[in-house]
Design a protein around this ligand. Structure first.
Ligand SMILES: Cc1cc2nc3c(=O)[nH]c(=O)nc-3n(C[C@H](O)[C@H](O)[C@H](O)COP(=O)(O)OP(=O)(O)OC[C@H]3O[C@@H](n4cnc5c(N)ncnc54)[C@H](O)[C@@H]3O)c2cc1C
Length: 391
């Protein structure tokens, strides 16, 4: 049980966004506690652990975290036709997600942050000069006081609203299992109505003799995933399921209020996720890097008003808002596409000029808005050339 100390800041949630925020705050000389409801950071995990090569480099992640580099992937059409998309350089990595979470927490602790595990924060209130967090550990309630709180609780739960933020209104659900598999050596992305409304499935090479297969869609995720597992088993691609199904909600679109008096939100808790793929690790880490210096300066200045902390909201919006809005619009478009059209679009990958264009000029793994617009214009031109007289 933590003592009566008033912390400079408490960070609720020991995921990547929370741990990174805590590390930067502690590096700035602040007395920080990370409060995590699970007994161990990183567990249980629901996540595939794919991050871009850019994210891997930016956060100086060690090679020991890499399970698989990703330089190519197989895109499957609704009928099951596969097309391999190969890039010149490694685009992303499948990482050991629990080990990555532990690494970010260890970095925060080396910088001086304290980790309080098995402790749920049920409420946060602003006292006028700081915050009070109502916490619970093994049935015992207690209060943790601090100058400020960081909400890094991932998506869902009531805490962001209780703390004065709001939650993204729209969501997807993702579900994944670990399966036995020997012949899976490339990431596969599967498309079509069989994966639910606007959904897609994946099969990812993982640890020796194992693969991850999962699915992300609007609703009925677990049922679609069961069908997907049965299909892959019937095709002889995978063996038995090794671990329980894990499902989690994924926000589509960012919150509109991400700061309050004494409080900032980071990561999934405020919807900083790519709405197309559901990937949120990198955006969460970037939000931590924007939030922590502004929060630290506000603590040193003794001014934790929402109006001062609003500088953080301006910064994350400058960096991420266009990406998230474009991703949301793309998702809305994809959700309208019938299988027949997706199948036709997939066939365009058989046209050599178009495939080269896709490989050479497709948007980067993380940043789509600028490159995507010029890419779509070129794609339109190539498609017109490949299909004269159509339309
Ligand atoms: C099936 C699936 C696959 C995914 N695959 C990828 C992927 O490959 N790449 C990618 O970038 N993203 C992926 N994501 C998304 C990714 O998991 C999230 O974007 C990322 O984990 C968000 O990080 P975070 O630190 O904001 O929150 P989280 O990682 O969710 O961490 C929040 C932490 O807060 C703790 N917590 C919550 N409430 C409280 C409370 N009240 N008190 C105390 N502790 C609390 C939780 O226990 C948790 O440890 C996937 C998501 C799903 C569902």
């Amino acid at each position: 049980m933590p003592n009566e100390t008033t912390y400079d800041a408490i960070v609720v949630g020991a995921g990547p966004a929370g741990a990174r925020t805590a590390a930067v705050l502690a590096q700035r000389g602040l007395h920080v506690a990370i409060v995590e409801r699970n007994p161990e950071p990183g567990y249980p995990t629901h996540c595939t652990g794919i991050v871009s090569a850019e994210c891997f480099k930016h956060y100086e992640l060690p090679e020991s975290l890499i399970i698989q580099p990703i330089q190519s992937f197989v895109l499957r059409s609704p009928s099951g036709r596969g097309a391999t998309v190969q890039r010149k350089a490694i685009q992303a990595y499948v990482l050991d997600r629990p080990a990555m979470d532990r690494l970010f927490v260890e970095r925060a602790m080396s910088a001086g942050a304290e980790l309080i595990t098995s402790t749920n924060v049920a409420d946060i209130t602003w006292t006028g000069t700081g915050i009070e967090a109502q916490a619970d550990r093994a049935g015992t309630s207690f209060t943790i006081s601090a100058h400020a709180a960081v909400i890094a609780t991932g998506f869902g739960g009531k805490l962001p609203r209780k703390a004065g933020l709001d939650a993204p209104g729209d969501l997807l659900s993702g579900c994944q299992v670990v399966v036995e598999a020997t012949g899976v050596d490339e990431l596969e992305v599967m498309t079509g109505q069989a994966y639910g409304e606007g959904g897609f499935g994946w099969l990812v090479p993982w640890k020796p003799g194992l693969a991850l297969t999962g699915l992300m869609t609007r609703r009925g995720t677990m049922n679609y995933l069961r069908d997907q597992v049965a299909r892959l088993q019937a095709e002889g691609r995978i063996g038995t399921v090794r671990e329980a199904y894990r499902c989690r909600a994924i926000p589509i679109g960012a919150s509109s209020h991400t700061v309050a008096n004494g409080v900032v939100g980071v990561g999934d808790a405020i919807g900083l996720v790519k709405p197309t793929s559901g990937g949120g690790i990198y955006f969460g880490l970037l939000s931590a890097d924007l939030a922590a210096p502004i929060l630290a300066d506000a603590i040193w200045a003794g001014d934790l008003s929402a109006s001062r902390l609003a500088a953080y909201e301006i910064e994350w919006r400058n960096l991420l808002d266009a990406e998230i809005k474009l991703g949301k619009a793309l998702r809305a478009l994809i959700e309208q596409l019938p299988d027949s059209l997706v199948e036709q679009m997939h066939r365009l990958l058989g046209v050599p000029g178009l495939k080269r264009l896709l490989v050479r000029e497709a948007p980067s793994f993380d940043w789509h808005s600028g490159p995507l617009i010029s890419f779509l214009a070129k794609l339109q031109q190539k498609t017109d050339e490949a299909t004269p007289g159509v339309g």
